[in-house]
Design a protein around this ligand. Sequence first.
Ligand code: TYD
Ligand code: MG
Length: 373
Amino acid sequence: MKAAKTVFVCQECGSQAPKWMGRCADCGAWNSFVEERVAEAAPATAGASRYTPGGLAATARLYEDVDVASATRLSTGIDEFDRVLGGGIVPGSLVLLGGEPGIGKSTLLLQAAARFAETCGAVLYSSGEESEHQVKLRGERLGVGRPRLYLLSETCLERILEEVARLRPALVIVDSVQTVFSLKLQSAPGSIGQVREAATQLLFAAKGQNVPVFLVGHVTKDGSIAGPKALEHVVDTVLYFEGEHHHAHRIVRAVKNRFGAVSELGVFEMTGSGLHPVPNPSALFLAERPAATPGSAVVCCMEGSRPILVEVQALVSTSAFGNARRTAIGIDVNRVSLLIAVLEKRAGLALVGEDVFVNVAGGITIDEPAADL
Ligand code: TYD
Ligand code: MG
């Protein structure tokens, strides 16, 4: 029997090498090479069918002949979620929803799926992490009723695609892309090859059947969606969950959107019955602000298309040790250092030997330059 051809792939950057290496020559990551099988037959046939001479997809079309009627948006039934998506779900789009484990990705998508199923058609929710029973238990808690929602507890990509072709749903949710594996590759689920293969196959399914697909992606410890950046260029929209576990509210931010504005925010509150949209986020961020306290300032920042008021807190305290600490939460620490330097040089404040702490209340991250003031 002919031995399967394998290749070593860097899990950080996707670079390939014929043999194992301790350090990736391209990105410099250590111990990042994993053996993966070369997919032989599949790309050849896929390529052949896509590049048939005279095939429909191969002909160029005149700009004015391309119809835009299909670009109508479908509502998820949750207005804050529609807002981050740029006004609703675009048919045939592939959306990646990233976030730390336990932040509420599955909860939000289950709620959206249930609402969507009531108005727009059947939804396939494929979970590789939880059984149908577990998903249903959560659904009962969220009070989703009896929507046309198909649950599938499956991790095999080919099986998921079969079900998509059989059920022809109006929306597909894959939770999470890291648990999905393709039979064509031998590497473990969650490796960069598998994650990329799953995303690409689901992209073909989305575009081919004009069905929107949501992918859930867990964020690794270093803060990037695994495999790092490997999916962002494949998908149409990247949404990212922010927020702290001890705060009840969660922020969904659009990092990339081919169909709308980026840095659009959706604000939700986690309650006993799931995530509820917060129509007036400023009120939430300023709710705990004590009046007339030194070191607290309210700034207005533009997040996407809407202004939001947030509270910035600052504290200066004499350092017990020689080197003063500069800590910033929710704002760039380099920016804080720059502001401190400006205050020393221009405003005559002596901050050497003083610890400086800056915090943006509510767990939101701001990069608005106007906040400097
Ligand atoms: P989940 O959606 O499972 O997170 P993820 O899919 O991102 O890993 O969210 C789980 C958390 O949400 C868990 O800590 C419990 C909490 N939660 C509530 O507070 N209320 C609810 O109604 C639900 C369903 C979950
Ligand atoms: Mg989950």
